[in-house]
Design a protein around this ligand. Structure first.
Ligand SMILES: Cc1cc2nc3c(=O)[nH]c(=O)nc-3n(C[C@H](O)[C@H](O)[C@H](O)COP(=O)(O)O)c2cc1C
Length: 366
């Protein structure tokens, strides 16, 4: 279906600086998986450059992931409403005091362009124009893109990331070609349901109509085989590919991935207004302790963006260690993305070839 050697996708990880740029996605695709650019916050002209850069690296299939938040579009990509991103006084006071307490200096202005339906529509139109082989909506309904792609006779495969059976049902109704079921273990926006429980329930609902990729702390071949055993046809891995030379995060954040243990992540709506799993930081902990309500996505992300930009300028991984899933405790070293892919694939093949049980048990009646 995708023209790839291994059913292993590198997740479209976006953010202020998108970790999954063309270097990472291109390396994964070149090695036989399917690399996905995290395009959520990238303006259409820059995203086009990234796609061209990836196409220079490899002629293998690849994908682009963006967000289509309903809170922005209200289901209508034509409405030119720019959302008001000003903050309530107590949230403004929280970041001002935080910046003061941790010596972040004057906070820079936020720069998040996706709070405008026109921006989102222009991203999607560029993706259609570039005839990208695979598109994934990390949040929201890609119905607009599916209709347009079909009307133009494009062969683009369109997927969504879901965290509940209900989302999978809706996505099937929109005509998606595949579904990523991402459990609570995973990095970034995720589900209230754990990976192990979510995958088979989404698989049952989908009932073979489209392939399901399992996601949420899939770091190695054992977890890949587990996802396949749960009925997934492939896997979608984020954190595993963050710990690579090609990921666009800082060296300090890469070292942080190695230091962080399985208990070192935390769920918070303090980053984006939607619950997400992040590496626990001064910012995530203080926000949780503040008792403040998380704001709608456009305001909360604006608030976070200002703090994270200041942290990035000063290399402060205590404030911005980044985002990762619970599998982060398995990261021991930073490697080339192609090696990560080949290792997951070869471990999975070895397990599948020898069977799940060790030989002596496999022959018994246990
Ligand atoms: C740093 C980071 C950024 C992410 N940004 C996005 C995003 O922009 N769009 C999206 O669909 N998913 C995003 N995710 C979630 C991933 O697509 C994926 O579902 C998740 O990483 C899987 O869990 P894992 O990290 O444990 O492998 C992000 C994840 C991480 C770790």
């Amino acid at each position: 279906m995708f023209g790839i050697d291994y059913p292993i996708f590198s997740a479209g990880m976006g953010g202020i600086v998108s970790p999954a740029g063309p270097e990472l996605a291109g390396a994964v695709s070149a090695a036989g998986g399917l690399g996905v650019i995290g395009g959520a916050f990238v303006p259409p002209d820059k995203l086009r450059q990234q796609i061209l850069q990836l196409r220079e690296m490899t002629d293998k299939p690849f994908g682009v992931d963006t967000l289509i938040p309903f809170s922005v579009t209200q289901g209508n990509l034509d409405a030119p409403i720019k959302l008001d991103v000003s903050l309530p006084a107590e949230h403004q006071a929280f970041i001002d005091q935080f910046a003061d307490k941790y010596d972040l200096g004057d906070l820079p202005a936020a720069d998040i362009p996706i709070f405008d339906p026109v921006f989102i529509r222009e991203q999607l139109e560029m993706i259609l124009e570039m005839d990208v082989p695979v598109y994934v909506a990390g949040i929201g309904d890609p119905g607009f893109l599916i209709e347009r792609a079909r009307a133009q006779g494009l062969k683009m495969k369109v997927g969504v990331v879901v965290g509940a059976v209900r989302h999978a049902q809706k996505s099937l109704a929109s005509g998606v070609d595949f579904i990523v079921a991402q459990g609570n273990d995973g990095g970034g926006h995720n589900s209230v349901v754990g990976t192990m429980a979510l995958i088979p329930q989404v698989v049952d609902e989908v009932a073979g109509r489209v392939p399901v990729l399992g996601a949420g702390s899939i770091m190695d071949g054992r977890q890949m085989v587990a996802a396949l055993a749960l009925g997934a046809q492939g896997v979608w891995c984020g954190s595993a590919f963050l710990a690579t030379h090609e990921a666009r995060i800082t060296q300090g954040q890469k070292e942080m991935l190695i230091r962080t243990k399985e208990t070192g992540t935390q769920l918070t709506a303090g980053y984006s207004g939607k619950r997400a799993r992040v590496i626990s930081s001064l910012y995530s902990r203080e926000f949780e302790q503040s008792g403040l309500q998380a704001l709608p996505m456009h305001q909360q992300l604006t608030m976070t963006d200002r703090v994270m930009r200041a942290a990035n300028q000063q290399g402060r991984v205590d404030v911005n260690p980044g985002v990762a899933g619970q599998g982060v405790g398995m990261i021991r070293e930073i490697r080339p993305a192609g090696d990560v892919l080949r290792r997951i694939a070869s471990e999975a093949v070895a397990i599948l070839e020898r069977g799940i049980l060790p030989r002596e048990n496999a022959d018994s009646n246990v």
